[in-house]
Design a protein around this ligand. Structure first.
Ligand code: KG4
Ligand code: ZN
Length: 336
């Protein structure tokens, strides 16, 4: 079964073709970086207008990349939730038009589940396992009992981890996209130069929740206060110290989740999964069996949408032309 995946939930306009859930035949990802660069952040209206212009050429190029014709597509998988409504509408409307023209069924893909499914493109993930989703819009630790059965064990109470990276980068002019820029600067910095506080939440001893508002404020407006005596102030040191604490906060909750659940298998997904410090920290935990995708499958892409689309299609979860898009989702338990 050849599934066409369409991803347009944020600023990546992507189309991919995947055969039988694992065989990536072709993919094009257009990251819209230049369109948002001067604002140092994603502007929703600009993103949806960009998707309108990009979706058809990206689709054609992906087919060409795969060496396929439209008639070779068996199923159309499209991200319908969660994400930016206008952007989601472009991808979803395109999917519906294509489905009508080609007379093929549509599956509506949950973006969060797709991120946590991405490692399956490399090797099958055994369930149950823990899930660590770290992106620009979400930060959560979950229990996965199946590809579509997710229970949220802990989440951010405010900013997403990637959002904190982006805001720190924007405030200090580190570059755009922010997470990648902080990561690159941090590689040349002293991560102990600043003593930033990792947030302590109420009931923190057992909680798997995390908060980024405190460290974000510390790094953006009060950085000078946290410089250790004898250390030097530099963008590299600032970035490295922020990254150490931001990733350390996640690791603390993850270790807790492992201790609380007794589950040692982990899938990781989302843009921040590309972070070098996060990857190092996970690699150092020899007691964990970690499935983390290669960098191209961490940030938004359509391969993960087409791959999970195969699962939806196999169980017959098709949607009609009235399928809505959703900016947020209410709950994730057994959510498909
Ligand atoms: O999954 P994604 O592409 O989009 C969402 O679903 O949000 O994640 C984007 C986020 C952005 O906040 C970006 O700054 C962050 O992932 N990111 C990183 C790195 N690469 C991307 N954060 C830290 N280190 C990186 N290397
Ligand atoms: Zn994403």
């Amino acid at each position: 079964m050849t599934v066409l995946g369409i991803e347009s939930s944020c600023d990546e306009c992507a189309v991919a073709l995947v055969r039988d859930g694992t065989d990536l035949l072709g993919e094009v990802v257009h990251a819209q970086i230049h369109a948002h660069e001067r604002y140092q952040g994603v502007v929703p209206e600009i993103a949806s207008r960009q998707h309108t212009q990009l979706i058809l050429p990206v689709y054609r190029e992906a087919l060409q990349d795969a060496g396929l014709q439209p008639a070779d597509i068996d199923v159309i998988a499209v991200t319908t939730h969660p994400g930016l409504s206008g952007s989601l509408l472009v991808g979803t409307t395109f999917a519906k038009g294509l489905a009508l023209g080609l007379q093929r069924p549509i599956v509506a893909v949950n973006h969060v589940l797709a991120h946590l499914y991405a490692p399956n493109l490399i090797t099958p993930v055994p369930y149950p396992c823990l899930g660590l989703l770290v992106s620009g819009g979400h930060t959560m630790i979950t229990r996965m009992d199946a590809w579509n059965d997710m229970t949220v064990l802990g989440a951010t109470t405010d900013d997403a981890c990637g959002e904190a990276f982006d805001k720190v980068a924007k405030f200090h002019g580190f570059g755009y996209p922010g997470g990648k820029a902080v990561d690159a600067l941090a590689a040349r910095g002293d991560e102990t130069a600043y003593d930033f506080p990792g947030a302590a939440l109420k009931g923190d001893a057992h909680s798997l929740d995390v908060s980024y508002s405190g460290i974000k404020t510390a790094v953006t407006v009060q950085a000078a206060r946290f410089l250790r005596p004898g250390s030097s102030a530099s963008p590299e040191n600032l970035a490295a110290s922020f990254q150490r604490v931001a990733i350390g906060m996640l690791m603390k909750r993850l270790d807790r989740a492992v201790a609380q659940t007794g589950i040692h298998r982990l899938v990781v997904g989302g843009g921040v999964a590309a972070n070098s410090r996060l990857r190092r920290e996970l690699a150092a935990r020899a007691h964990l069996d970690v499935a983390i995708p290669p960098l191209s499958l961490c940030t938004d892409n359509a391969a993960m949408v087409a791959a999970i689309g195969f699962e939806y299609a196999t169980e017959g979860s098709f949607v009609g032309f009235d399928a809505p898009v959703g900016a947020r989702v209410a709950g994730y338990r057994a959510f498909t």
